[in-house]
Every structure is written in structure tokens, then in C-alpha cells.
Design a protein around this ligand. Sequence first.
Ligand code: URA
Ligand code: CA
Length: 433
Amino acid sequence: MRMIDLIEKKQHDQELTEQEIKWMIKEYTADTIPDYQMSAMAMVIYFKGMTKAERSALTMAMVESGDQIDLSAISGVKVDKHSTGGVGDTTTLILAPLVASVGVPVAKMSGRGLGHTGGTIDKLEAIPGFHVEISKEQFVELVNENKVAVVGQSGNLTPADKKLYALRDVTSTVESIPLIASSIMSKKIASGADAIVLDVKTGAGAFMKSVDQARELAEAMVEIGNAVGRNTMAVISDMSQPLGNAIGNGLEVKEAIETLKGNGPKDLTELCLVLGSQMAYLGGAGNSLEEARALLEENLHNGKALEAFKVFVKSQGGDETVADHMDEVLPTAEFTAEVTAEKAGVVSTIVADQVGLAAMRLGAGRETKESEIDLAAGVYLNKKVGDAVEMGESLATLYSNKPIDESTKQTITESMKISETAEPLTLVYDIIK
Ligand code: URA
Ligand code: CA
């Protein structure tokens, strides 16, 4: 086979076979197809798209380019959740113990964050003692015993995707639905998930700015998952304002605990119930999404979700008293500042990515891979879209272990618009299954 022939085929709207796609990905991973030919292929895919069969073949070829995690020693249907990323997205911290509390195994492989806030592991490390350096055997044992464990990413997962994603980044071919969908799905499948729930975000703080784009991506990923034998569902959710009130690692742990006690912010609680009911349903709890949701709601109010959180935290070395003594156990910030309303009215917009940027500057996220995170740093929104405010009332509280400058406060002021009225925001735009 020759790469030039495959590029030409795509130029002429001909479908690539599974065999051709497998060959291309194998040779590209082995460095025998040069970047310039792969760039041309990425560009032709960017303009011509890919058929359903091509998308599935590309996904599986990338899965097979490296290690695949074998979770077969864990009993039950292993359901994984993936979010396309947003600001103050505290859902994983809540969903892991919540879904485990109804008996569905959550074997979570997570990473550290780059950008506005930390990844799930950074957040969990705000709990003193919590660590993810556990062996594969311990991980399996913990999930079998407690139904939940979180481990750091290890091994050589989807090297083809790593290489191709980096190439797309410098050739302006990232924003192609088939390439994004196969990139994300290949990582989830290689991580061993039997079933996958996707939270595709839309709005200012998201990768997909419009609902239509988000829907197209969600549909593409659900199709791939189902075509390759992984039950997959997706939610299209709002990320125009941050999710919940807390943005920042320690602050989000606190928010997660409140939510597990049944006292969480309305939007965060609702999204966790929507995503959680898909996870629980795909994992075999409940005969319908409604039944699964009822089980989860019950456990948010009878203490079982919180109990699952405590067991999970303790099993990975963390101080589980955090659940009852958050303020004593979680890291505290030396500096705080209030951002107050310059006039009375109703909060009509909170630009998520601006708030994320401010949280990062306060120390909650990494500007480069090497930066250290301040686990106490972040933004707590005292008001959300639709809330009434008086002039001078606090809109947000900022936390940091370094002095807070005026420009960061100014970023928050500018990101929170106060008007006479506010359009209500939609939280869940659609469910794709
Ligand atoms: N995230 C991914 O993992 N891959 C993409 O291609 C885009 C976003
Ligand atoms: Ca949050």
C-alpha cells in the first residue's frame, strides 16, 4: 500500500477500507509514514469528512496502536464517563461514589489538568493523604470491594492518537468532527470501558461553542461506541456559565461533598443525576433511566452516596473525616478577596472561560505542564445567572496563597454581567442514545 494512493482516494470521495486505515495508523505510529503525508490526510479528512465505517475503523486502529487496559477481573459492566471539558466541572468527584453507591463499578482512570482548573486527580489530592499511586492489582481489588477507585494514567495508551493530535494541532486540523470523535473514543476504549457516557459541553467555556456542533460531535461518538460494541450515550450540557459555584481544586471537593449530602448547587446536582442515571442504567442498575435516577436520588438523601465517598477516600489513603470537617481538613488560602456588584439587577451572563482564566491566575490551574497547583486557590461564585443582586453585594469570593491583584478581580467583574432581566439558561440541551 502507498500513502499517496490513500490520500488520492479521499480526495476523490472514495471510502477507505478498514484494512487501509489499519495500515495507515500502524505505519504512522511506527514513523514509516512521514508527518507531511499524514498532514495531507488530516487536511483531506478535515474537508471531506469520514463515513461511519471509516470513523469506527480509525478509532479501533488507534486503540490497537498501544496498550489496552484489561478490566475483565472486575465483575460487572464497567462504565466510564468522559467530559469534553469545562470550567468548574465537579461531576466526576460526585459521580464516582454516587454511581458506586448503587452497585455499579466505577474504575476510573484520570489525569492531571492543564489550563483553568486541575484534573480529577489534582482535585482529589486536595484531600490530605489521598493518592492514586496504586498497583493494577490493588486497583482491581478496590473496585471489586468498594465499587470505586481512581488511578493515574499509565502505560502506552493510544500512541497513534498522541502523535496525530499533536500533528493536527500544528496543521489546523483539530476541529474536524470525525477526528475529534475518534480521538476521544479511542482513549476511552483503550482504557477498558464496557460502556461510555459522554458529557459534551457547549457554550463559552467549551470546546464546541454551539449546540449544533456539540450535537454533531455527540452523535458521532455515540455512533462509534455503539458500532464497536460499547454501549454509549451522551448528554449535551451547558458550559456558558461555570457548573456549580466552585472553581478550584479544594473548593470543588467541598462542593462535591455538599452535593453528596444532598445540598449541592441545583445545576451541578441535576447534571450529576442525568449523567449518573445513564451510567447506572448502562451498568445494569434500574430497568430504565427513570428507575436509575430514582435510585441515585435516594442515595443522595439517605447518606449512602456520602458513605461511598468516605470509603473511597479512606481506601486510597485520604482523610475521610474531610466529609464532616471540610473546613478543618481541606487546604486554606492565605488571601481572599470579594468581587462586588457595581449596580443592582439580575446576573444575566457569567462568561465561563473568563472565570476559568481568573481561577488559573489565582493558582487553581497549570499554565504549563510544569506549574505547581495551589490546591486552595480558586473562585467561588456567590451568584449565578438569574440571581438578583444589590449594589455592593458580593458576586464572587476569590481564594489564593499569593496576593490577589486588581486585574484578576477585574476579570471576574467583567465576566459577570448585571442587567435588568436575565434569560433562563438551559442546562441539558439533549440526550443522544
Ligand atoms: N480532545 C481530544 O482528546 N481529541 C481531540 O481531537 C479533541 C479534543
Ligand atoms: Ca463546580
